[in-house]
Design a protein around this ligand. Sequence first.
Ligand SMILES: [Zn+2]
Length: 72
Amino acid sequence: MFFLLFGLRTRDELVDNRVMTCEMCGWNAPQARLLRTTKFTLFFVPLFPVKPRKQLLRCGHCLGLRAAAPAF
Ligand SMILES: [Zn+2]
């Protein structure tokens, strides 16, 4: 019997931290810039990306995620 295990894995990589005003909660808090990558996996081994990489900002106060501006 043969099983084919495949799926997707999303990982967030921390790029840097900056203290900025959050657009969601309005607090002046550290904003973590993340690089989100989603890859196709075969037998739990990530092989190739299936979505374009996306930059996100995560607020240190409210933990809200939002898309980062390109000129961040
Ligand atoms: Zn916030």
